[in-house]
Structures are given as structure tokens and as C-alpha cells.
Design a protein around this ligand. Structure first.
Ligand SMILES: *Cc1c(COP(=O)(O)O)cnc(C)c1O
Length: 400
């Protein structure tokens, strides 16, 4: 028997004490409108039909659940990979942007803004804007623009305008601040497509629902392959937490399933150059929600660091803050160096080059314990093409 957990967002947008909507007055109408309409709108049969059809024919879902034979032999257990890297645009992000562009259309919005770290969310947003013919502006930290050049080129090719964020560490947090500023100035005609399970309610819940297709598919794929619809553990990397939220979603209340959230330790959790929010974070408010974030004693956000632009964020979504605080999920942190080694190992063991973000999840397998009969699903959140410059530097370092 499984205990009857009831992990879900409440009406005010809280998971326990985490979540809510802490927003400037100017954004109240937008957030209220979203909050009051998103559940009904996305449950509407016409919406679902359009969403499902696009996921199938445009994104290429269902994404395969692949038994990784050589990785399994290496670790002495059974490892399955949920192949979000095979989605159109190369990561899980497109599941959410497809959902949100349909929301924007139904709200009559004409202009789309987004923030992006690694550029995957920017590309996914630029893609759906091109798909439906809406204007697209993507805010991106100047540092990330430099380290993710291929994705910047993709966004521009797709017709999006990429605007650099020049403040702070010039990474994801700063891009998010710029996007919020834009929305405050353009509340009427603009929809803000947030790229993860962060931000004010209803974003964390709305994004988790769009991403929940990942675990919805896992259930029937495991049933088909193993005759049982649940694994023993699910491992996913966490930046804001959207691929993890999607991979965990249908198992949140099923305690047979271990939920493992993998964060970026950067140069080491205690190095001062890290993004391991669940270890270093304390309760506070960032980007519209109460959650765990890296901050000084007087509440200044501490600049995060990770080699991986998609994990380089000082907070985590409120669902994950709750899962970790309540011990429903375990958190593991992985350094840059270990993530690079895991990317190389995965590439040479399975013929799959994972994104640097995802490589953190693979590296966590080294820190976990499991038995020979266990079934472990790793959410392979994205492909590594965008990270080839970092991989090349790493390979050159190994050679020299
Ligand atoms: C953006 C990104 C992440 C981190 O974002 P989450 O919202 O935590 O999923 C992880 N993996 C890839 C490939 C990404 O592009």
C-alpha cells in the first residue's frame, strides 16, 4: 500500500508554504486573468485536441523510453532513458511552449516575451511564435549569449529578437528580471511565456501540467515494457525544475517511486561558485514566488554559477522546494567537472550526447544506491549539440 500523499497546488498557488504570487500591482490583471482561466481553458476538449495533435505531429511525441543496456551493465541496475532530447528543438522545453502559445492565442495576445538561459527555452518559444505567426522577443544574459551561440543563431533564424540582459551576473536571473520589466510595461498585448516551473502562480502549476506528458507517457511505456507502470526511481536535473516536474508529476503521490532532483554544484557546493539551491538556499521570494533561493542574510540574491547555462539559477520552483523540504524528493548536487565526465561517458557508452544540464542527472547515478532489479528512469532532458564548445574545451584539456 502506498501512503496517501496529496501533493498538489492549492487555490492560492501554494505547495505547503512555497509558491504564491508576489507581483507588482501592474501585473495583477494579467496574473488574475491567467489564474482564473488556465485550468478551464486547458481542460477544454478543443484545447486538448490541438495540444495533443501538435505534440504528436509537430514535436514528435511520444518520446521513446529507451533501455540503456550498456549503462545498465556498468551500474549493475536497469536504466531507462526518457528521450526528451528527441523532441523537435532538442529538449523538453517545447512541451511547455506549445501549451503556452495556445493559451496566449486564446487570451488574444499579439506579442510574446520570454527569458532564456541555455537558449533552449528561447528557441522553443521562437519556434512556437513562428508556428502561429506572433512577434517574439527573448531576453538572454550577455554571458549566456556568448556561451550558447548556436541557440542565439537559431532564435534569430526563427525571427525572434534576442535582447541582452546586462545587469548582475548577466545570466538567467537577469534575463528573467528584464522579461518581467517588459511585461510590466506592456501588460495589455503581451503574454510572458515563462520557461520553467517558476514565477508567480499559476505559472508553476501550468508549466508542470504541460510537462506532465513526460510521466504520463512513462506510465504506459513502463507498463508495456515491464508489466508495471512505475519505476523505483526517477532522476532529473533541476534548474527551475520543469523537466523534473514533468517526469515526477504522475508519481508525486506514489511513495514507491524515489524522486531524485539533481542540482548544479558548479565548482563545488562550498566553493562560492555554485547553483546548488536546495543545499545553499533559504526561504525567500524570487521572481514572484516564495521558494528556496540563494541569498545573503539581508536578502540579496547570491549570483549563482554553473558551467551549464540551464542550471545557472539561484532559485528552484516552489514544487521542488516543497518536495525537498518535505523529504519527498532527494537532492543530489554534481560539479561541472563530474557533469562533463558523465557527458563523455554517456556519449561513449550509449552513443547519445546529452545536454550539459542532463549530464548532471547522469552523473548523479554515481552517487545513488540501487539494487540489480531496480528500475531507474533518467529524464534525458535535452541533446548536447548546443554544448559542443564546452565539450571540445574539455576534450582538449584531457588530451593536453
Ligand atoms: C532548460 C533546461 C534544463 C533546466 O530547466 P528545468 O526547468 O529545470 O527543466 C534542463 N535540461 C535542458 C536540456 C534544458 O534545456
Amino acid at each position: 500500500m502506498t501512503k496517501n500523499l496529496q501533493i498538489d497546488v492549492d487555490e492560492r498557488g501554494y505547495y505547503g508554504r512555497f509558491g504564491g504570487a508576489y507581483i507588482p500591482e501592474m501585473l495583477h490583471p494579467n496574473i488574475e486573468q491567467l489564474k482564473n482561466t488556465y485550468r478551464e481553458m486547458t481542460a477544454d476538449p478543443d484545447f486538448k485536441k490541438e495540444f495533443d495533435a501538435l505534440l504528436k505531429d509537430y514535436v514528435g511525441r511520444p518520446s521513446p523510453l529507451y533501455f540503456a543496456k550498456r549503462l545498465s551493465e556498468h551500474y549493475g541496475t536497469n536504466i531507462y532513458l526518457k528521450r526528451e532530447d528527441l523532441n523537435h528543438t532538442g529538449a523538453h522545453k517545447i512541451n511547455n511552449t506549445i501549451g503556452q502559445i495556445l493559451v496566449a492565442q486564446r487570451l488574444g495576445k499579439k506579442r510574446i516575451i520570454a527569458e532564456t538561459g541555455a537558449g533552449q527555452h528561447g528557441v522553443a518559444t521562437a519556434t512556437v511564435c513562428a508556428l502561429v505567426g506572433l512577434q517574439c522577443i527573448v531576453y538572454m544574459g550577455e554571458v549566456d549569449i556568448a556561451r550558447q551561440a548556436p541557440n542565439v543563431a537559431r532564435m534569430r533564424m526563427l525571427g525572434a529578437e534576442v535582447r541582452p540582459a546586462l545587469s548582475g551576473s548577466k545570466t538567467l536571473k537577469d534575463a528573467t528580471n528584464e522579461a518581467i520589466r517588459d511585461w510590466i510595461n506592456n501588460p495589455e498585448d503581451t503574454h510572458y511565456i515563462i520557461g520553467s516551473v517558476v514565477g508567480p502562480h499559476p505559472y508553476p502549476d501550468m508549466v508542470a501540467r504541460f510537462q506532465s506528458v513526460i510521466s504520463e507517457e512513462m506510465k504506459w511505456q513502463l507498463q508495456e515494457k515491464l508489466g508495471r507502470d512505475y519505476p523505483d526511481a526517477i532522476v532529473a536535473c533541476v534548474g527551475g525544475g520543469s523537466n523534473a516536474a514533468g517526469a515526477f508529476y504522475h508519481y508525486l503521490n506514489d511513495e514507491r517511486v524515489r524522486l531524485v532532483a539533481v542540482e548544479a554544484a558548479g565548482l563545488g557546493v562550498d566553493s562560492g561558485e555554485s547553483a546548488a539551491t536546495s543545499v545553499l538556499g533559504t526561504e525567500g521570494i524570487i521572481h514572484g514566488s516564495r521558494t528556496l533561493l540563494m541569498q545573503t542574510e539581508d536578502g540579496q540574491v547570491i549570483e549563482p554559477y554553473s558551467i551549464s547555462a540551464g542550471l545557472d539559477y539561484p532559485g528552484i520552483g516552489p514544487l521542488h522546494a516543497f518536495l525537498i523540504d518535505s523529504k519527498r524528493a532527494e537532492a543530489i548536487s554534481v560539479t561541472d567537472e563530474d557533469a562533463l565526465a558523465a557527458a563523455l561517458f554517456t556519449a561513449r557508452t550509449e552513443g547519445i550526447i546529452p545536454a550539459l544540464e542532463t549530464a548532471h542527472a547522469f552523473s548523479a547515478l554515481d552517487q545513488m544506491e540501487y539494487g540489480p532489479d531496480d528500475v531507474i528512469v533518467v529524464c534525458l532532458s535535452g541533446r548536447g549539440d548546443k554544448d559542443l564548445a564546452a565539450f571540445t574545451t574539455y576534450l582538449n584539456g584531457l588530451a593536453g
